[in-house]
Design a protein around this ligand. Structure first.
Ligand SMILES: C[S@@+](CC[C@H](N)C(=O)[O-])C[C@H]1O[C@@H](n2cnc3c(N)ncnc32)[C@H](O)[C@@H]1O
Length: 284
């Protein structure tokens, strides 16, 4: 490293180091990490390129760089992920929310009407990102988020409180909808859907840092749907809708599980790459 480490030289050095190890977005990663260390928006770094780091900032950025070089995602290093225009704090118990999941949020929000006051159930809530994104843009909606991992339940409740949704969302521990007595107008879930056999082939950013409980859906990736679909059968209000995120190539098998479980497929929603990412169902 250079003697006088400036914002500009740090961005260049980190970019080169990340590029050399083959990371996908080396410059972007470097800019976000340097910006986080010096508490500046990445877009302001260029204007302050000559600013010399304090010793404290140098230590911090070195530790960020070392973590990124061990494949820790930038979001985990800075501690949060932007989703639907809000920042969700991540913990080791939560999945790092994926942009593709916004497909499901958009599909739910298409149902909005001025008079509807829907009750929403979010199964496998993680950071709470799906439920809270829906509540953000549907002010009359309220809901419950469930997760089997108590650490995720706490993280979601903390996110709800910090983002100002504590009065409209509660989070509790549970296994899918088992033990829930209420019925809901909208049930949503992004369950773990990776086949155990596919896990070793995924990026280290995923396998080392996302909780296995949030990723793996049994040997074929469908185990969570097999458990979840029967559990929500009696929890959907008569005109209610069920929205399930799915992985690539899972539309057909999950549609089959929905039909066998007493639901009728009502729609398929594609992500920005044109892949069917979300199935929408109603009671048959
Ligand atoms: C793919 S992550 C989705 C997290 C979050 N909803 C999102 O979209 O970012 C799946 C979540 O399901 C939870 N989960 C796994 N098994 C569960 C079960 N039996 N009941 C409830 N939640 C479960 C995991 O802990 C994890 O938080």
């Amino acid at each position: 490293m250079t003697e006088k480490w400036t914002i500009g030289s740090a961005v260049s050095e980190l970019t080169a180091a990340f590029d050399a190890m083959g990371l996908d977005t080396p410059r972007l990663d470097a800019r976000i990490l340097v910006g986080h260390a010096v508490k500046l928006e990445p877009s302001l770094l260029f204007a302050r390129a000559d600013r010399v780091f304090t010793d404290e900032e140098s230590l911090l950025i070195r530790s960020f760089a070392a973590r990124r070089q061990k494949h820790e995602p930038v979001s985990r290093i800075i501690g949060s992920r932007g989703f639907w225009g809000m920042d969700f704090v991540l913990t080791p118990d939560t999945l790092d929310p994926r942009a593709d999941t916004e497909t499901l949020v958009a599909a739910v929000l298409d149902l909005r009407t001025a008079s509807a006051t829907p009750r929403i159930l979010d199964l496998g809530t993680g950071t709470g990102c799906i439920l809270l994104a829906i509540l953000k843009d549907w002010p009359q909606a309220t809901g419950i988020g469930i997760d089997i991992n108590p650490g995720a339940v706490k993280a979601a409740a903390d996110n709800a409180a910090r983002l100002g949704f504590a009065a409209r969302a509660v989070f509790q521990k549970g296994s899918w909808a088992d033990g829930i007595g209420e019925t809901f107008d909208i049930i949503v879930s992004n369950p773990p859907y990776i086949a155990a056999t596919e896990l070793p082939g995924l990026a280290p950013e995923v396998t080392r840092f996302d909780p296995k409980l949030a990723l793996v859906g049994g040997t074929d990736g469908l185990a969570a749907y097999r458990a979840l679909i029967p559990s929500v059968r009696r929890r959907l209000a008569p005109k209610g809708r069920l929205f399930l995120e799915i992985g690539a190539r899972q539309a057909e098998p999950v549609a089959g599980l929905l039909t066998a479980g007493g639901f009728r497929l009502r729609g398929q929603h594609r992500d920005l790459n044109g892949v069917v990412r979300c199935l929408e169902a109603i009671s048959a």
